[in-house]
Design a protein around this ligand. Structure first.
Ligand code: AMP
Ligand code: MG
Length: 399
């Protein structure tokens, strides 16, 4: 048996080495960037008018001019024009180039315009106001984005701005999600009294969604021969296998033995944690990675977020920052196991407060609908006090 920290170390020292693929810009969100993105121009690329109104020479206002004849209009999308008479102004629109010989923009709200004459209604003016200066946000040739960024809509805007029709992103491993258990039937089936619908594979596939990680689902019975043959085929065809069920001490828990027969190296079996103690992890000589999680739904779920999600993130070079939250009420857990305490986290006065929602054990996945994630409570402590801070693993964003 290994500790949680040892299990994480072993998993994170067996990262997947992703290839790079090119995807259309519109499919790049939630993918991980695999190339450096350089600004092809200054941001903004010209002195950009940032308010609809008029552009003047500040100097004129300084020497007392309050009323300006409109010489012409500079719209967004027009080539840059030039103010000829410094006592005049130019009507300008947001997004337009600031006309030559002007330096300051006054918005319509601060003007009275009659008969092509604009009169200032305000007493204060600043040189350069309402002008978004060329290169203020970033300079041409600056590095805008580096590999290892999980692309959000904000980065998609940057990629679009620099003309990336196609984007290099890291390829995700070809992944199989496998459930096993003779009591499990598929979702579309009405279960008999002794059966349940399998939910773990769907939960895992759904959890992978936020990283655009796709998988194929399989289900095999608790039959050693069938498992041996089926898992051999899956192993040949997929890079990563995520299993749930069949790794405990039950008479029909064949998974560890089957992988051993298939020549997969066991890297650990059993982690000093609750839930999820029977977790088995291995790698094949061909570099295939196998996460065999215990089948209890809460165990499967927590192991995914504690180990597999950070594993895939690290594999693609994402910097995974640890999050912590403050326990909001006293809690005790006597066994010398790391305890993953289900909590509902709320943001309170700028800190994350974690309200225990312990639930009814690793089979009680109804409880998961009430929780936002779990706190990792260390094995060597039995009493946990309100106000103590622990690592927090979120399942969902706060709303
Ligand atoms: P096992 O790890 O195979 O001993 O399974 C532990 C418990 O989890 C049993 O009650 C199983 O019925 C349940 N279980 C296993 N796999 C799934 C699954 N895919 N969906 C829902 N429950 C499961
Ligand atoms: Mg089973």
């Amino acid at each position: 048996m290994v500790s949680v920290a040892e299990a994480a170390d072993i998993i994170f020292s067996n990262l997947y080495k992703p290839a790079v693929e090119s995807v259309p810009l519109q499919n790049s969100v939630n993918r991980v960037l695999a190339e450096k993105i350089i600004a092809d121009r200054d941001f903004p690329p010209f002195d950009r008018v940032s308010m609809d109104g008029i552009a003047i020479q500040f100097r004129q206002w300084e020497i007392g001019q309050k009323e300006f004849v409109i010489e012409f209009t500079q719209a967004a999308g027009d080539e840059q024009k030039k103010l000829l008479n410094p006592e005049h102004c130019v009507e300008v629109m947001t997004g337009a180039m600031l006309p030559q010989q002007t330096d300051t923009v006054i918005r319509y709200e601060d003007l009275e315009i009659t008969n092509k004459r604009a009169r200032l209604k305000i007493e204060k003016l600043e040189l350069g106001q309402n002008v978004h200066r060329k290169g203020l946000d970033c300079k041409q040739h600056d590095v805008l984005l580096t590999p290892g960024i999980l692309l959000s809509p904000a980065e998609v805007a940057l990629l679009a701005s620099v003309g990336k029709i196609k984007v290099d992103v890291f390829q995700l491993p070809k992944t199989a999600i496998i459930s096993s258990g003779d009591e499990l039937v598929d979702v579309g089936v009405i279960p008999k009294a002794f059966q349940i619908r399998r939910s773990n594979t769907y939960a895992i596939e759904a959890a992978m969604h936020s990283m655009s990680w796709k998988a194929t689902q399989f289900h095999f019975p608790d039959d050693k021969e069938i498992l041996l043959n089926s898992l051999r085929t899956v192993l040949n065809n997929y890079d990563v296998l995520i299993l749930s069920g069949g790794v405990s001490k039950g008479k029909f828990d064949y998974i560890p033995a089957v992988f051993e027969e298939l020549g997969v190296r066991k890297l650990f079996h059993q982690v000093n944690q609750r839930p999820g103690k029977p977790f088995w992890f291995g790698a094949s000589n061909e570099g295939k990675i196998i996460f065999a999680l215990p089948g209890n739904p809460v165990s499967t779920y927590m192991c995914f977020y504690r180990y597999i999600k950070p594993w895939i993130s690290k594999s693609m070079g994402i910097d995974v920052p640890g999050i912590s939250a403050t326990l909001s009420s006293d809690f005790s857990f006597a066994p010398t196991l790391t305890y993953f305490l289900q909590v509902a986290v709320k943001s309170e006065l700028g800190k994350l407060s974690a309200y225990p929602e312990a639930g009814g054990g690793s089979g009680d996945f109804v409880n998961l609908k009430n929780v936002t994630g779990f706190l990792e409570l260390p094995a060597d402590q039995t009493a946990f006090s309100a106000g103590e801070i622990f690592p927090y693993f979120p399942f969902r964003n706060l709303v």
